[in-house]
Design a protein around this ligand. Structure first.
Ligand code: SF4
Ligand code: MG
Length: 325
């Protein structure tokens, strides 16, 4: 599989005021030195608790945010060095589906106009062709043509997310960032939308970065999975490898929360102590050490390197030894 997106040392710090009476500014280290690839045609799941930097990573890749440091290359092109016209072309290839289908659709526009907007903006069709294209996109996401005349409030959550997907497809993108696309939906609807995303991936040759809270949500959609903690990637592996052989203590804890189909199979739930520390002042050494049930002395002072343990499996933990040197 060839690389579609190459991310190196991607970093985003947001300045925050320390308080009303303080002129001091500190920084939220939302994303702190991420390096990974997204391969053509795959679904890369990106998981971690709220505030670990998953959504910020997605927005940086699309350049909806400017980075503090680092590089994103899309099909060999450095996104952050793209001119306005190059960026316009890149935007066509990279789309996003948001978590909240209620907030991401303009309530004053009909669904037909919402989907037609990018088509008109990029002059992909004219006159009656636009409507034809809108109807085709609606059918791709399982909605009948008459829905084009209706408004977002007339739709259920699942239908709205289908509209969001149709809009994302309108420009025939190569990459779609799916930012928790089903977590606001009823459980009964979630798998329908996930199946739709899988079918569309086949049909349109799409590549997904699929952002989710826990490992359960990415289980049936991802080819590879990256686990993030406090702005850092702590583990990256193929999905089967990560589910059967998680190596980072944080991944093991996340995995222990995933229900297993066989009730006779015993699994110890690993409960982590405390909350995720503030990204304004992340712990020294390994950022996970304040909650890690395996922490050693070295973990308090030395940050572990994100290293390849075996082909395709990367981990940042002092206790995990590489099988290849
Ligand atoms: Fe835990 Fe230390 Fe590994 Fe960090 S480096 S995950 S604190 S054992
Ligand atoms: Mg988020």
């Amino acid at each position: 599989m060839s690389t579609l997106v190459h991310i190196s040392n991607l970093t985003k710090y947001f300045p925050v005021n320390k308080g009303m009476f303080s002129k001091e500014v500190s920084q939220v280290k939302a994303v702190d030195g991420l390096s990974f690839d997204i391969r053509q045609g795959e679904t890369l799941g990106l998981v971690g608790e709220s505030g670990c930097g998953k959504s910020t990573t997605g927005r940086l890749i699309l350049r909806l945010l400017e980075p503090t440091a680092g590089k994103v290359e899309f099909a060999g092109k450095n996104v952050f060095e793209a001119s306005a016209s190059e960026m316009r072309a890149l935007r066509k290839d990279m789309q996003i589906i948001f978590q909240d289908p209620y907030a991401s659709l303009n309530p004053r526009m009909s669904v037909g106009d919402i989907i037609a907007e990018p088509i008109r903006l990029y002059k992909l069709a004219h006159g009656p062709e636009v409507q034809k294209k809108v109807e085709h996109l609606l059918s791709c996401v399982g909605l009948a043509a008459y829905h084009a005349r209706r408004y977002p409030h007339e739709f259920s959550g699942g239908q709205r997310q289908r509209v969001g997907i149709a809009r994302a497809l309108a420009l025939n993108p190569k990459l779609i960032i799916c930012d928790e696309p089903v977590s606001a939906l009823d459980v009964s609807i979630q798998s329908q939308v996930l199946n739709l995303l899988k079918d569309l991936q086949q049909e349109f040759g799409l590549t997904y970065l699929f952002i989710a809270h826990g490992l359960n949500a990415v289980k049936h959609v991802s080819n590879r999975i990256g686990v993030m903690y406090l702005g850092k990637m702590v583990e990256l592996a193929g999905d089967e490898e990560l589910y059967s052989n998680p190596l980072h203590p944080y991944s093991k804890a996340l995995l222990s929360a995933v229900p297993i189909p066989d009730p006779r199979a015993k699994k110890e739930r690993i409960i982590l102590n405390g909350d995720v520390p503030s990204p304004v002042n992340p712990p020294q050494g390994c950022r996970f050490h304040t909650r890690c049930y395996c922490a050693q002395d070295i973990c308090n002072h030395h940050e572990p390197i994100f290293k390849r343990i075996k082909p395709g499996h990367w981990v940042a933990c002092h206790l995990v030894e590489s099988e290849i040197e």
